[in-house]
Design a binder for this molecule. Sequence first.
Ligand SMILES: Cc1ncc(COP(=O)(O)O)c(C=O)c1O
Length: 450
Amino acid sequence: MDDRQFGIFKDLGFDDVTSETMTNDYWKARAAEALALTTQDREVYGCLDHTKGEGLTIYDVEGTEYLDMTGGVAVRAFGVRYKPQLEFESKINDVIRELPGMDFDAIPQTLLAEKLASIVPGDQKRRVVFTTSGGRAVEGCMKSAMDLSGKHRFVAFRPAFHGRTGYALSLTASNSKHKTGFPQGVDVVRVFYPYCYRCPYGQEEESCNLECVEALRQALEVEGNDIAATVMEPICGEGGIIVPPSKAVQGMYKVTKEFGGYFMSDEVQAGMGRTGKWFAIENHGVVPDYISMAKALGGGYPLGASIGPAPMFTGPSRHSETFSAEPRMSLISLWVLKHIEDGGFLRKNAEHGAHLLKRLKELVEKHEVAGDARGIGFMAGIEFVKDKKSKARAPKIRDQIVKHLVAKERLWILGAGPNAIRFTPSYVITTEQIDDAIDRLDRAIKAVTA
Ligand SMILES: Cc1ncc(COP(=O)(O)O)c(C=O)c1O
């Protein structure tokens, strides 16, 4: 942070944001006293410097430089301080903000809704509801499915992450810390996510009879089949970067349809071009009725969207959110979508993602504790085990590797599920940066298992 930045804090009345207080420990201690909680371990991560960084390079307040593999948890499509985006943002500085998007019409939100409807798979007539978070994008779809079907029961998976609020939390099942003590908002029929590395039915992907799909059919037969929708992540993100086989996703879709439910793809993390297709569900050849999206959609600003079959709601005022599709954010989102197209990022993400997966698979060949590597595009991960034969989960080894990566290798990286590490970098990553990140991970695995 420089004198100009300290000056901003001084103008705001804070004399204590100075070069003397620029230590991670100092600001982490203050954060711990002020903020109710954090989802990540403060022992592992420093306090980020919000004034510094470019591309995939970010800094903590002590000036330590990191290579960022999280993309701000899949938010930053183009990294930090992306010049073309900054230029566009400066052009629209005079745009009026927060014209309440669901109360009154304005052009940006209409164009964005039309654009989203044009890129989602399928050719049925769609409508869009905008939100300011991923969880509420999920809930917009859920409320619509309940409104249109008159039913209130959902199918969701284990593991699954769909958000931490209200109805979305009812679908989430990736860590008891998220759920214990909070009541279900809606009834959920829960089935195993198709997770071939650890098939809960003891099958192999190549020869299975889709026992996971059959389990859904059985669950609906015995638990209640009045489902509004099945909600599925096309790649399970938070739960451990699990890529389901397309035949299983197609099977879940088919059974859902047999029972008269809508099928919803939660693309909050995997969507917006991350996998090399606009929406990750396209990798499975399924056309969902609903898609929830957020994160990269807003180009770094809080914007989400629920898209579903027209009319989506049975009447006006059935749903609303004050800050939805704020005009400036809508324009930035339109810019992000156009830039993904103009810059050929769908192709680039597919190609670079394939390279990333190839390199992760090399680590699986090389290290006994690296059990499996999976991914499509920039939704990639590696799972850690005690040994390859037992496949026993190794959460401690994973945690030590993450800690080592951040502290020693300066790789800003996140876990996923109990024992995986995820890679959700910004789309501007280069082959050299991918190789560099893999080398750092290779060294970290060696150091931790030595
Ligand atoms: C698939 C999925 N759905 C929903 C959410 C919730 O998004 P938010 O934290 O913006 O509410 C997330 C967040 O990681 C997610 O990965």
